[in-house]
Design a protein. Sequence first.
Length: 211
Amino acid sequence: MKSLALGFLSLLVPHLPALATDILPPVQTASATPTPSATGTPATSPSISSSTTLSPREIPEIHATMLLPKEWTLLPGKLLEGDVLLATREKITSESDPWATGLSMTVDRNGAKDSGQKASDYALALAHQASDKAGDEASPITESHAGPFHRIRFEFPVAGDQPLLVTEVLEANDSTGTLTVILWQSPKEEAEKLHDLREEILSGIKLDPTQ
């Protein structure tokens, strides 16, 4: 949901407009509890099967593509200055609409430069800070490389009336100094069922190495 996605992004990318005050926002503002709809009931998610077909979707703002189920909602945003891309299983029309399963993404082109660090070092420092705040329930931080991209990833639960499992991926590009922050979230009880879909979607995000 908006407060979880934007809250985490503003904290992991400090120069963006402040939308929360801690690495892990309080449960009541982290959207761990589904935001009530206009009728006063939590947002509901359509079912999904392991055989769901993914279709390429363009992200012209950063000359990138991603793979998503065709029925998912994609709200591009500007990917800068606090704006995020949202890709959600639920049907939403704006960042204010409730959603429980999907991802948010933004691109930080200034944080590493402002910090005086390489993008990969900057990203790793942010990841360790967030992981430490998440505590013992956070998974170990893993690192991998693909071309110019240094990928940093870990997971952690968010408690609430509807517990969530969040996967955080930071894609650092030292050649351009950019950091792309991706947050996948889903209800914790569905995490195992959605595992393959999550991995397909996260691995299907193709960023432009020149951006």
